[in-house]
Design a protein around this ligand. Structure first.
Ligand code: AMP
Length: 216
């Protein structure tokens, strides 16, 4: 099963993707995580995208297409995976069309699109209080899901960070970019694949259950 997970920044895509990955034996592919890894490792790619990401802008379509091509090919070569969940890709109409081209070339298809719908105010509050572990990617919230020891990841002991692009001045820009460039893509998918809109304001377990009901 190949699935696209859509939603504004802070809508819970990463959290839900991790859960679905384990339950459905899918590979979770997050372009944001791949890019953050490149920044953390200080690679050429990382140096190129660091400033763009910190400002909440999108990196170039070419860069993310290459990341996705490699990730999708790796999943094809891995017998333990039954498909993939793309989280944070595509984010522009160009990317949506490039993804279709790539999948047609390799004889694969998108089985369904899941859209997490969350109120703008809720998203701003979630992102402002989100803390992330750069080591194992675990996500916390200082208001309603704090780590046992302040600033330390429960899972791996790594130091938690408040991502540069989760600072208030950047959040608004990321939400605008989502509204202007990413939301219109849904029209493109509406008549091509099964598209499920889920209320992402619900408690996290309810969101997972609602997604599972739709995709199984
Ligand atoms: P995310 O973790 O998905 O919110 O992504 C963090 C940042 O990585 C975004 O604000 C963009 O700067 C960059 N990024 C992630 N995915 C894409 C994409 N598909 N196209 C362009 N930029 C992306």
């Amino acid at each position: 099963m190949n699935l696209l997970l859509f939603g504004a920044p802070g809508s819970g895509k990463g959290t839900q993707a991790e859960r679905l990955r384990d339950r459905l034996s899918l590979q979770h592919v997050s372009t944001g995580d791949l890019l953050r890894d490149a920044v953390a490792r200080g690679t050429e790619l990382g140096k190129k995208v660091e400033g763009i990401m910190a400002a909440g802008e999108l990196v170039s379509d070419e860069i993310v297409l290459e990341l996705i091509r490699e990730a999708v090919e790796n999943v094809r070569a891995d017998d333990t995976k039954k498909g993939w969940i793309l989280d944070g890709y595509p984010r522009t109409m160009v990317q949506a069309k490039e993804l279709n081209g790539l999948l047609t070339d390799i004889g694969e298809a998108i089985d369904c699109v899941v859209v997490l719908e969350v109120d703008r105010d809720a998203v701003i509050s979630r992102l402002s209080s989100r803390r992330s572990c750069p080591e194992c990617k675990a996500v916390y919230n200082v208001l309603n899901k704090p780590p046992a020891v302040e600033g330390k990841c429960d899972k791996c002991g790594g130091g938690l960070v408040h991502r540069k692009d989760d600072q208030p001045e950047t959040i608004a820009n990321r939400l605008d970019v989502f509204q202007d460039q990413t939301a219109p893509i849904l029209d493109f998918y509406e008549d091509k694949v099964a598209l499920h809109r889920i209320d992402g304001n619900m408690p996290v377990d309810d969101v997972t259950a609602a997604i599972e009901r739709q995709v199984q």
